[in-house]
Ligand binder design. Structure first.
Ligand SMILES: C[S@@+](CC[C@H](N)C(=O)[O-])C[C@H]1O[C@@H](n2cnc3c(N)ncnc32)[C@H](O)[C@@H]1O
Length: 250
Protein backbone atom coordinates (compact mmCIF):
# COMPACT_ATOMS: atom_id res chain seq x y z
CA UNK A 1 0.00 0.00 0.00
CA UNK A 2 1.41 3.33 -1.04
CA UNK A 3 1.47 5.76 1.86
CA UNK A 4 -0.39 9.06 1.67
CA UNK A 5 2.87 11.00 1.78
CA UNK A 6 4.41 8.96 -1.06
CA UNK A 7 1.30 9.40 -3.19
CA UNK A 8 1.45 13.10 -2.43
CA UNK A 9 4.98 13.20 -3.74
CA UNK A 10 4.38 11.16 -6.87
CA UNK A 11 1.15 12.88 -7.81
CA UNK A 12 2.12 16.36 -6.66
CA UNK A 13 -1.02 16.41 -4.55
CA UNK A 14 -2.67 14.13 -2.00
CA UNK A 15 -4.19 10.69 -1.51
CA UNK A 16 -7.09 9.44 0.59
CA UNK A 17 -6.44 8.48 4.18
CA UNK A 18 -7.30 4.88 5.11
CA UNK A 19 -10.23 5.33 7.49
CA UNK A 20 -12.37 7.61 9.62
CA UNK A 21 -13.96 10.99 8.98
CA UNK A 22 -10.96 12.26 7.00
CA UNK A 23 -11.28 9.38 4.57
CA UNK A 24 -15.04 9.95 4.21
CA UNK A 25 -14.47 13.64 3.45
CA UNK A 26 -11.72 12.83 1.00
CA UNK A 27 -13.88 10.24 -0.83
CA UNK A 28 -16.80 12.67 -0.94
CA UNK A 29 -14.47 15.31 -2.37
CA UNK A 30 -13.00 12.98 -5.02
CA UNK A 31 -16.40 11.95 -6.38
CA UNK A 32 -17.75 15.49 -6.20
CA UNK A 33 -14.79 16.71 -8.25
CA UNK A 34 -14.76 13.96 -10.88
CA UNK A 35 -18.58 13.83 -11.26
CA UNK A 36 -18.69 15.58 -14.70
CA UNK A 37 -16.36 12.96 -16.23
CA UNK A 38 -17.33 9.95 -14.11
CA UNK A 39 -19.55 8.14 -16.63
CA UNK A 40 -17.16 8.61 -19.54
CA UNK A 41 -14.18 7.40 -17.51
CA UNK A 42 -16.12 4.49 -16.08
CA UNK A 43 -16.92 3.06 -19.49
CA UNK A 44 -13.55 3.91 -21.07
CA UNK A 45 -11.42 2.56 -18.22
CA UNK A 46 -13.45 -0.64 -17.90
CA UNK A 47 -13.64 -1.05 -21.71
CA UNK A 48 -17.45 -1.09 -21.21
CA UNK A 49 -17.32 -4.36 -19.25
CA UNK A 50 -18.95 -2.52 -16.32
CA UNK A 51 -22.28 -2.65 -18.18
CA UNK A 52 -22.18 -6.46 -18.23
CA UNK A 53 -21.24 -6.57 -14.54
CA UNK A 54 -24.19 -4.36 -13.59
CA UNK A 55 -26.58 -6.67 -15.46
CA UNK A 56 -25.09 -9.64 -13.58
CA UNK A 57 -25.61 -7.79 -10.27
CA UNK A 58 -29.32 -7.16 -10.95
CA UNK A 59 -29.75 -10.78 -12.10
CA UNK A 60 -28.57 -11.83 -8.59
CA UNK A 61 -30.98 -9.52 -6.75
CA UNK A 62 -34.00 -11.82 -7.03
CA UNK A 63 -36.20 -8.72 -7.54
CA UNK A 64 -38.86 -10.93 -9.21
CA UNK A 65 -39.71 -12.02 -5.64
CA UNK A 66 -41.16 -8.52 -5.05
CA UNK A 67 -41.43 -6.74 -8.43
CA UNK A 68 -43.54 -3.91 -6.96
CA UNK A 69 -41.18 -3.38 -4.01
CA UNK A 70 -38.98 -0.45 -3.03
CA UNK A 71 -35.28 -1.17 -3.50
CA UNK A 72 -32.21 0.71 -2.32
CA UNK A 73 -29.16 1.40 -4.45
CA UNK A 74 -26.59 2.78 -1.99
CA UNK A 75 -23.50 4.73 -3.16
CA UNK A 76 -25.57 5.18 -6.33
CA UNK A 77 -23.36 7.78 -8.02
CA UNK A 78 -24.81 8.69 -11.41
CA UNK A 79 -27.50 5.96 -11.17
CA UNK A 80 -26.24 3.34 -13.64
CA UNK A 81 -26.97 0.41 -11.32
CA UNK A 82 -30.29 1.85 -10.10
CA UNK A 83 -31.35 2.28 -13.74
CA UNK A 84 -30.38 -1.27 -14.59
CA UNK A 85 -33.10 -2.40 -12.17
CA UNK A 86 -35.63 0.36 -12.93
CA UNK A 87 -35.49 -0.46 -16.68
CA UNK A 88 -36.15 -4.18 -16.21
CA UNK A 89 -39.24 -5.52 -18.01
CA UNK A 90 -41.74 -6.50 -15.33
CA UNK A 91 -40.27 -4.23 -12.66
CA UNK A 92 -43.08 -2.10 -11.22
CA UNK A 93 -41.44 -0.87 -8.04
CA UNK A 94 -39.12 2.02 -7.19
CA UNK A 95 -35.40 2.38 -6.62
CA UNK A 96 -34.24 4.79 -3.94
CA UNK A 97 -30.74 5.83 -5.01
CA UNK A 98 -28.59 7.37 -2.27
CA UNK A 99 -25.13 8.93 -2.37
CA UNK A 100 -23.31 11.51 -0.26
CA UNK A 101 -21.63 13.27 -3.21
CA UNK A 102 -24.35 15.65 -4.36
CA UNK A 103 -22.60 16.51 -7.68
CA UNK A 104 -22.77 12.81 -8.68
CA UNK A 105 -26.56 12.84 -8.20
CA UNK A 106 -26.86 16.11 -10.14
CA UNK A 107 -24.71 14.74 -12.95
CA UNK A 108 -26.89 11.63 -13.26
CA UNK A 109 -30.24 13.46 -12.90
CA UNK A 110 -31.05 13.66 -16.66
CA UNK A 111 -30.74 9.87 -16.90
CA UNK A 112 -33.50 9.22 -14.34
CA UNK A 113 -36.13 11.57 -15.79
CA UNK A 114 -39.35 9.56 -16.21
CA UNK A 115 -37.80 6.59 -14.44
CA UNK A 116 -38.83 5.04 -11.12
CA UNK A 117 -35.64 6.20 -9.41
CA UNK A 118 -35.71 8.58 -6.41
CA UNK A 119 -32.39 10.25 -5.56
CA UNK A 120 -31.48 10.87 -1.92
CA UNK A 121 -28.36 12.65 -0.71
CA UNK A 122 -27.21 10.61 2.28
CA UNK A 123 -24.34 8.80 3.94
CA UNK A 124 -24.31 5.00 3.59
CA UNK A 125 -22.84 4.75 7.11
CA UNK A 126 -25.95 6.48 8.53
CA UNK A 127 -28.67 5.67 6.03
CA UNK A 128 -31.59 8.09 6.45
CA UNK A 129 -34.18 5.28 6.37
CA UNK A 130 -36.21 3.32 8.91
CA UNK A 131 -35.46 -0.30 9.76
CA UNK A 132 -36.60 -3.08 7.42
CA UNK A 133 -38.23 -0.99 4.69
CA UNK A 134 -36.46 -2.20 1.54
CA UNK A 135 -37.27 -5.30 -0.54
CA UNK A 136 -33.63 -5.55 -1.61
CA UNK A 137 -30.47 -3.47 -1.96
CA UNK A 138 -27.53 -3.08 -4.31
CA UNK A 139 -24.17 -1.33 -4.08
CA UNK A 140 -22.01 -0.92 -7.19
CA UNK A 141 -18.33 -0.08 -6.63
CA UNK A 142 -19.23 1.78 -3.46
CA UNK A 143 -18.45 -0.54 -0.51
CA UNK A 144 -14.70 -0.28 -1.19
CA UNK A 145 -14.92 3.46 -0.61
CA UNK A 146 -16.64 3.29 2.77
CA UNK A 147 -14.58 4.54 5.70
CA UNK A 148 -15.94 1.58 7.75
CA UNK A 149 -16.98 -1.42 5.63
CA UNK A 150 -18.44 -3.38 8.58
CA UNK A 151 -20.59 -0.45 9.66
CA UNK A 152 -21.78 0.00 6.06
CA UNK A 153 -22.80 -3.65 5.62
CA UNK A 154 -24.51 -3.48 9.04
CA UNK A 155 -26.48 -0.41 7.96
CA UNK A 156 -27.60 -2.16 4.79
CA UNK A 157 -28.77 -5.14 6.84
CA UNK A 158 -30.72 -2.81 9.14
CA UNK A 159 -32.79 -1.24 6.34
CA UNK A 160 -33.64 -4.54 4.59
CA UNK A 161 -36.83 -6.46 5.31
CA UNK A 162 -36.38 -10.10 6.43
CA UNK A 163 -35.68 -12.28 3.39
CA UNK A 164 -34.54 -9.33 1.25
CA UNK A 165 -31.29 -9.69 -0.66
CA UNK A 166 -28.20 -7.49 -0.73
CA UNK A 167 -25.99 -7.61 -3.84
CA UNK A 168 -22.60 -5.89 -3.83
CA UNK A 169 -20.58 -5.44 -7.02
CA UNK A 170 -16.97 -4.57 -6.34
CA UNK A 171 -13.52 -4.68 -7.87
CA UNK A 172 -11.14 -7.30 -6.60
CA UNK A 173 -7.62 -8.52 -7.36
CA UNK A 174 -7.57 -11.56 -9.73
CA UNK A 175 -6.30 -14.78 -8.08
CA UNK A 176 -4.50 -16.09 -11.22
CA UNK A 177 -0.89 -14.74 -11.16
CA UNK A 178 -0.77 -14.09 -14.92
CA UNK A 179 -4.12 -12.26 -15.03
CA UNK A 180 -3.14 -10.44 -11.83
CA UNK A 181 0.15 -9.21 -13.31
CA UNK A 182 -1.63 -7.75 -16.36
CA UNK A 183 -4.36 -6.28 -14.18
CA UNK A 184 -1.90 -4.62 -11.79
CA UNK A 185 0.07 -3.21 -14.69
CA UNK A 186 -3.12 -1.69 -16.10
CA UNK A 187 -4.31 -0.46 -12.70
CA UNK A 188 -0.97 0.95 -11.55
CA UNK A 189 0.41 2.38 -14.78
CA UNK A 190 -2.32 2.99 -17.37
CA UNK A 191 -5.47 3.77 -15.39
CA UNK A 192 -3.96 6.65 -13.33
CA UNK A 193 -2.56 8.32 -16.46
CA UNK A 194 -5.73 8.01 -18.57
CA UNK A 195 -7.83 8.96 -15.53
CA UNK A 196 -5.76 12.06 -14.90
CA UNK A 197 -5.84 13.14 -18.56
CA UNK A 198 -9.59 12.69 -19.05
CA UNK A 199 -10.81 13.83 -15.62
CA UNK A 200 -8.28 16.63 -15.22
CA UNK A 201 -8.06 15.55 -11.58
CA UNK A 202 -4.45 15.24 -10.37
CA UNK A 203 -4.80 12.28 -7.98
CA UNK A 204 -8.33 10.76 -7.96
CA UNK A 205 -7.32 7.95 -10.31
CA UNK A 206 -4.31 7.13 -8.16
CA UNK A 207 -6.59 6.73 -5.15
CA UNK A 208 -8.90 4.33 -7.04
CA UNK A 209 -6.37 1.51 -7.68
CA UNK A 210 -5.01 1.92 -4.15
CA UNK A 211 -8.51 1.50 -2.72
CA UNK A 212 -8.94 -1.76 -4.68
CA UNK A 213 -5.65 -3.22 -3.48
CA UNK A 214 -6.34 -2.53 0.20
CA UNK A 215 -9.96 -3.76 0.06
CA UNK A 216 -10.75 -7.18 1.65
CA UNK A 217 -10.97 -10.11 -0.78
CA UNK A 218 -14.29 -11.88 -1.51
CA UNK A 219 -13.86 -14.43 1.32
CA UNK A 220 -13.26 -11.76 3.95
CA UNK A 221 -16.13 -9.63 2.64
CA UNK A 222 -18.36 -12.73 2.86
CA UNK A 223 -17.35 -13.08 6.53
CA UNK A 224 -18.31 -9.45 7.12
CA UNK A 225 -21.73 -10.17 5.55
CA UNK A 226 -22.22 -13.11 7.91
CA UNK A 227 -21.07 -11.15 10.96
CA UNK A 228 -23.62 -8.47 10.03
CA UNK A 229 -26.46 -11.01 10.10
CA UNK A 230 -26.74 -12.01 6.42
CA UNK A 231 -27.59 -15.63 5.59
CA UNK A 232 -27.02 -17.66 2.41
CA UNK A 233 -23.93 -15.59 1.71
CA UNK A 234 -22.13 -16.22 -1.56
CA UNK A 235 -19.81 -14.64 -4.06
CA UNK A 236 -18.72 -15.10 -7.65
CA UNK A 237 -15.72 -13.75 -9.52
CA UNK A 238 -16.41 -11.91 -12.78
CA UNK A 239 -14.11 -11.51 -15.81
CA UNK A 240 -11.30 -13.63 -14.38
CA UNK A 241 -11.53 -11.98 -10.96
CA UNK A 242 -11.28 -8.31 -11.94
CA UNK A 243 -14.60 -7.82 -10.19
CA UNK A 244 -16.78 -9.89 -7.86
CA UNK A 245 -20.45 -10.16 -6.97
CA UNK A 246 -21.31 -10.73 -3.32
CA UNK A 247 -24.76 -11.50 -1.98
CA UNK A 248 -26.59 -12.35 1.19
CA UNK A 249 -30.14 -12.57 2.53
CA UNK A 250 -31.29 -10.40 5.48
C1 LIG B 1 -17.19 4.37 -7.80
S1 LIG B 1 -18.65 5.28 -7.46
C2 LIG B 1 -19.92 4.13 -7.90
C3 LIG B 1 -21.18 4.80 -8.37
C4 LIG B 1 -22.24 3.83 -8.91
N1 LIG B 1 -22.73 2.94 -7.90
C5 LIG B 1 -21.75 3.05 -10.09
O1 LIG B 1 -21.93 1.83 -10.09
O2 LIG B 1 -21.20 3.65 -11.02
C6 LIG B 1 -18.70 5.25 -5.69
C7 LIG B 1 -19.79 6.14 -5.13
O3 LIG B 1 -19.90 5.86 -3.73
C8 LIG B 1 -20.19 7.07 -3.08
N2 LIG B 1 -19.88 6.92 -1.66
C9 LIG B 1 -18.71 6.57 -1.11
N3 LIG B 1 -18.81 6.55 0.23
C10 LIG B 1 -20.09 6.88 0.53
C11 LIG B 1 -20.81 7.03 1.74
N4 LIG B 1 -20.24 6.85 2.94
N5 LIG B 1 -22.11 7.38 1.68
C12 LIG B 1 -22.71 7.59 0.47
N6 LIG B 1 -22.07 7.49 -0.72
C13 LIG B 1 -20.78 7.13 -0.69
C14 LIG B 1 -19.34 8.10 -3.80
O4 LIG B 1 -19.80 9.41 -3.59
C15 LIG B 1 -19.49 7.63 -5.25
O5 LIG B 1 -20.54 8.28 -5.91
Amino acid sequence: MQSASRAATTEGSEAAPKEGADRAHQVQRIFSEIAPRYDLLNHVLSLNIDKRWRKAAIARLDWERAPEGTYLDACAGTFDLALELAKKDGFGGRVVASDFAHPMLVQGAPKIEARAVSPVCGDSLRLPFANGIFAGATVGFGVRNLADVRAGIGELHRVLSPGARLVVLEFTVPPNPVVRAGYLLYFNRILPVVGRLVSGHPWAYTYLPESVKEFPGPKELGEIFEASGFKDVGWKLLSGGIAALHWGVA
